[in-house]
Design a protein around this ligand. Sequence first.
Ligand code: COA
Length: 166
Amino acid sequence: MASPLPTFETPRLTLRPRTMAELEDCLAMDRDPEVTRHIDGPWADPEAHRRFVADRITRTYPDGMGYWTVRTKSPEERFLGWVLLIPADAVGPEIEIGWRLVRAAWGLGYATEAAAPILAHARETLRVAAIADIDADNAGSIRVAEKIGLRRIGPVGTSRYIRYSG
Ligand SMILES: CC(C)(COP(=O)(O)OP(=O)(O)OC[C@H]1O[C@@H](n2cnc3c(N)ncnc32)[C@H](O)[C@@H]1OP(=O)(O)O)[C@@H](O)C(=O)NCCC(=O)NCCS
């Protein structure tokens, strides 16, 4: 039986394990084409999209890994998105770190603030290095990777993704 995920607090945010209560918020976020612009997934097929997100919420990940919902702090507790730390594409063997926020939350430093404690958790508690494969055109996400201290490794094969690691 997997242990529960830890929760984290930053100056402006809380990060708690993502639950099925957040399924609709997650689906609505992904339906914004700007949000999924640089990410492959079943976004165009509503049934497949719902199955995919529900499966990612309910499946069991290795201890200390999973998805954290990012919210503004109490009393507002506004849903902003999530950060993940999971076996890459839910398969591995690499461990992937990732971030996704609703568009209204972009440009305020939230992704960096949310991803930093998850990377510290990977490094200091789990003692694993994390990778992030980021579309070369996804300048905001590349900047987040740099700001939290991931290193650019280089292109992933012949794809448009650049691997960051750390
Ligand atoms: C990527 C994402 C999480 C960034 O969230 P965010 O809260 O805006 O990120 P932050 O504010 O912490 O940092 C973004 C940085 O990128 C910069 N940036 C954003 N868009 C940029 C652009 N088009 N060109 C250059 N820099 C850009 C910002 O200026 C900021 O850098 P700075 O602090 O040095 O000024 C958000 O845009 C998102 O959810 N995108 C859709 C999902 C996605 O692509 N996820 C990543 C998949 S790999």
